[in-house]
Design a protein around this ligand. Structure first.
Ligand code: GRF
Length: 197
């Protein structure tokens, strides 16, 4: 039985598109059942809809920081899709422990650093400021502690002379689009062996 995957986005959704592309290949153990966003204007929603994937948007702004109320509204379309797996892909809202625990063991996120280094924001600038020779991205299981769950995959890139946060982000993003699909394919098949690229 193929696993049902819901994907949460906040913007362009390039990682979401990479997941859709891979699930569209033959022999994949999962299929997309919903793409949802906290921003009704997220460009990724139209891209997902164009591929026939059901979409939903719950604008977080009217909830004025009441995370629990926003999440209750988001859960309506999410639970209606009956996902087995939840993929956060460029989703920029911090989720409450109650929400995370509802999907314990079956919620993934991609983070643009080699965790445990640089949880949080501005990861590429922090790697540059630290003089790191390598950077990269991590897919991890989401737990109540931000960017802290068990690592399910990592991809490394070199930091090059003259790199800016933007040039490094672009190099890492290419690897994100390879890593996340590889991890989801393995995770949906019940294999939690980390993917290392
Ligand atoms: C990516 O760098 C991803 O690592 C981070 O959000 C950025 C945008 O992702 N979580 P996407 O293009 O919206 O998938």
């Amino acid at each position: 039985m193929t696993k049902r995957v819901a994907i949460l986005i906040s913007g362009g959704g390039s990682n979401m598109l990479a997941l859709l592309r891979d699930m569209g290949m033959g022999g994949h153990p999962a299929r997309p059942v919903l793409v949802a966003s906290n921003d009704p204007a997220a460009a990724g929603l139209a891209k997902a809809a164009a591929q026939g994937v059901p979409v939903a948007a719950v604008d977080h702004r009217p909830f004025k920081g009441d995370r629990t109320a926003f999440e209750a509204a988001l859960l309506a379309p999410l639970l209606a899709a009956e996902p087995d797996i939840l993929c956060l892909a460029g989703f920029m809202r911090v989720l409450t422990p109650d929400f995370v625990n509802r999907f314990a063991g079956r919620m993934l996120n991609i983070h643009p650093s080699l965790l445990p280094k640089y949880p949080g924001l501005h990861t590429h600038q922090r790697a540059l400021d630290a003089g790191d020779a390598q950077a990269g991205c991590t897919v991890h299981e989401v737990t109540p502690v931000l960017d802290d769950g068990p690592i399910l995959g990592q991809a490394r890139v070199p930091v090059l002379e003259g790199d800016t946060a933007d040039t490094l982000a672009a190099r890492v993003l290419v690897q994100e689009h390879r890593l996340y699909p590889a991890v989801l394919r393995r995770f949906a098949a019940g294999d939690r062996t980390p993917v290392l690229l």
